[in-house]
Design a protein around this ligand. Structure first.
Ligand SMILES: C[S@@+](CC[C@H](N)C(=O)[O-])C[C@H]1O[C@@H](n2cnc3c(N)ncnc32)[C@H](O)[C@@H]1O
Length: 270
C-alpha cells in the first residue's frame, strides 16, 4: 500500500480504474450467485438497523445499487462518497432515472476525507472492499469519529485474511497461493484488467481499529464456504441455492463468522 506521500497517485489510480469499471460493474456482480447472495445479506442487515428519517452515509457507493435499494425501501436520504468520478456519475444517473435523485448526493473524495463533510450521520455503511483500498486508516477512523455520534451505526464489510472454504480446498494441494496471498501486506486485486493494490484485514484487526469508541453488535461471515471467484467453476448450477443457503447459515456461527471471504461487522458508537 502507498505511503503518505504517494496517496494522491493511489487515489488517482482508483479513480481511473473504477471509473472505467462503472459500465460493466452491475452486470459482473449480478452474473455471480455468490456476489448476489453477499449483497442480499448486506442490504438486509442495513435495513435491520435503519429507522425512518435516519441520516445515512455510504462510503464507496460504486454504481449506487445499494443506495438505490435502500432509498426505495426506506425513503431516507443517502449521502455518498466515492473517489471514482465515473462511479459517482453512474450512481447519480441511475438513481435520478428511478425518480429518486432528490434523495441522493455524491461527493467525489477519498473516504479518509469524510470528516470534512461537516455533518453527523445515524448510519455510516460501506460494502465490499472500500476499507481494503483506503491506505490512510488513521484518518479514516478520525473522520468516522467526527461524523458519528453516540448510538450511530457503522456497518462495514471487507475482504478477510482467512476464508474457511478456501483453506479447506488448499488442504487438497490446490489454491494454496490464494490462501497465502490473503495474508500478504499487499494483495493485487484485478479490476478491468488493471491491478489495484489492496490490504486484507481480519475481523480481529477491524475490531481493534474501531477500539474503545464502538461496541460490536454483530459479526457475519460472507461467502464462508464458497468465495465469489469459484462461482464460475460450479458446473451444477442447481447447487447454487444450496451453497448460498449453507453460506448464510455458516456465516452466523461463532468462529466461522470470522472466516468468510468477507466479514460484515455492525458496530455501534458508544
Ligand atoms: C469494490 S467497489 C464496491 C462498490 C459497492 N459498494 C458494492 O458493494 O458493490 C469499491 C468502490 O469504492 C470506491 N473506492 C475504493 N477505495 C476508495 C477510497 N479509498 N475512497 C473512496 N472511494 C473508494 C471505488 O471507486 C468503488 O466505487
Amino acid at each position: 500500500m502507498p505511503t503518505a506521500h504517494d496517496l494522491e497517485g493511489y487515489y488517482q489510480h482508483i479513480d481511473d480504474v473504477f471509473s472505467r469499471a462503472a459500465v460493466i460493474y452491475d452486470w459482473k456482480i449480478q452474473a455471480n450467485f455468490v456476489n448476489r447472495s453477499i449483497r442480499s445479506v448486506e442490504i438486509r442487515t442495513l435495513l435491520k438497523y435503519s429507522r425512518p428519517g435516519m441520516s445515512v452515509l455510504e462510503l464507496g457507493h460504486g454504481t449506487g445499487e445499494e443506495a438505490l435499494k435502500y432509498i426505495k425501501e426506506t425513503g431516507n436520504r443517502v449521502t455518498g462518497i466515492d473517489v471514482a468520478r465515473g462511479m459517482a456519475e453512474f450512481a447519480r444517473d441511475k438513481i435520478a432515472r428511478n425518480g429518486l435523485g432528490h434523495l441522493f448526493q455524491s461527493n467525489v473524495i477519498p473516504a479518509s476525507r469524510m470528516g470534512e463533510l461537516g455533518e453527523t450521520f445515524d448510519i455510516v455503511y460501506s460494502f465490499n472492499g472500500l476499507i481494503n483500498t483506503e491506505p490512510d486508516m488513521e484518518k479514516l477512523i478520525d473522520g468516522l469519529l467526527k461524523i458519528t455520534h453516540r448510538g450511530s451505526f457503522f456497518i462495514v464489510s471487507f475482504r478477510n485474511t482467512s476464508c474457511f472454504g478456501e483453506t479447506i480446498i488448499s488442504m487438497s494441494g490446490r489454491g494454496r497461493r490464494a490462501v497465502r496471498a490473503r495474508k500478504a501486506n499487499e494483495v493485487n486485486v484485478e479490476v478491468v484488467g488493471e491491478k489495484v493494490a489492496s490490504r486484507y484485514y481480519s475481523s480481529f484487526e477491524i475490531r481493534k481499529i474501531l477500539g474503545k469508541n464502538f461496541r460490536i453488535r454483530e459479526t457475519l461471515g460472507l461467502a464462508v464456504l464458497f468465495p465469489p471467484y469459484l462461482a464460475d467453476k460450479l458446473s451444477q448450477r442447481h447447487l447454487s441455492s444450496l451453497i448460498s443457503f449453507a453460506d448464510r447459515l455458516m456465516g452466523r456461527l461463532p468462529v466461522l463468522n470470522c472466516l468468510g471471504d468477507e466479514v460484515l461487522i455492525v458496530a455501534e458508537r458508544i
